[in-house]
Design a protein around this ligand. Sequence first.
Ligand code: CA
Length: 450
Amino acid sequence: VTEAPNLDETHDPARRSFVEAANLTDAAFPIQNLPLAVFSTEADPNPRIGVAIGDQVFDLKKVSKENERFAQPIRFALRETSLNSLFSLGRVALREVRRIAADLLDQGRSGNQVRRHALDLLTPMDSCAYHLPTKVGNYTDFYAGIYHARAAGALLTPENPLPANYKWVPIAYHGRASSVQVGQGAVRRPLGQRPPAAPATPPSFGPCERLDFELEMGFYLAGGNPLGKPIPIAKASQEIVGFTLLNDWSARDIQRWEMYPHGPFLSKSFATSVAPWVVTADALAPFRVPALTRPEGDPRPLDYLFDAADQAHGGLDVHLQVQLATAQMRAANEPAVEILTSNAKYLYWTPAQMVAHHTINGCNLQAGDLIGTGTISGPSPGELSSMLEFTSAGSTPVALPNGEQRGFLQDGDEVAFHGGCSRQGYATIGFGSCVGRIEAADVSSVGRAV
Ligand code: CA
């Protein structure tokens, strides 16, 4: 593993917070993490910006109001109800916020003021509501997980599992921004056209019968680029402010029927979930790894996608986990069961390559835009990161401990993504969770047609 870049005192593993829960071994939110979210409380229902510390949310809006350490542009950005303005100030501003927040939450003397006003500035995480971190102007979903592309391709297009362009082009499609939601509530099963049962027969219509998740990471952008001006690969990582867990809910039957020749549409646009927390690129610095080593014979990326520093540090070592809890399991008070794990290091293209590619035609990215990496499957069977893949399109259902089986998701199923990073010599950090519970399709608007 190469030496991680951009480390400073905020990564010091010896650092402790006066919030005791932040100091527990393997806490998701130690003082070295400090992910951002937009939250509200019962007492104050106005959405505002905070950071996670231990089991608490630290109110950055309140604390920045009268704190001279926050420069004026940052103070203004922290008054907003979304992170767009803060992200538009770029990585330097975020590093400043991180540094100040760490000082204010420190166990030492610098934390005294916040400690004295803890009741006012800290709220138990469990009692907060969370809102979308940014007003997502644009959402793009890549297809950068090569193990997923191969496994899904083998099921959908066995004659050509990996498209000929895959190792040259970071493939993506433009997703729907309006249906991006914080992963903590219900996801409605979509209605749509399902493929004909036999050739030359009409499609059927009704609730999706092959509802699936896709385990991905998402990332948010800083100021972006003006229209017509690409972001060079060497500068691309500076445009990525933070990472999150992302679930690209997918209606496989609708997708199979609609996607040729123009790509997925209604099979994806009904919902995309993100975790409430944005783990900053700075918090992730110790967990950067080299880009995936390309097997012998794979082409070297074209120059506009190749940067030595990105090859050395552009990958992400984030352990990912998917849990499932059915309605029957919850009724019996049985815990959610882990159905698969994976790791972001399996991505064939780095986030910086995705940004460079996205803008090479002059397309303008904007502050707060969201990019999905694509499903992150790994090389082993326990790392196939959608039901499509790990149940072979439903033909080998997963057996749950209570005797239930799942080929695809049923109503009442709750899917939870978790993510975390650990590395010798550094504090372990977590991404929180991205959760969705499947609700029955709403057939009221289409009446007897279903
Ligand atoms: Ca996807």
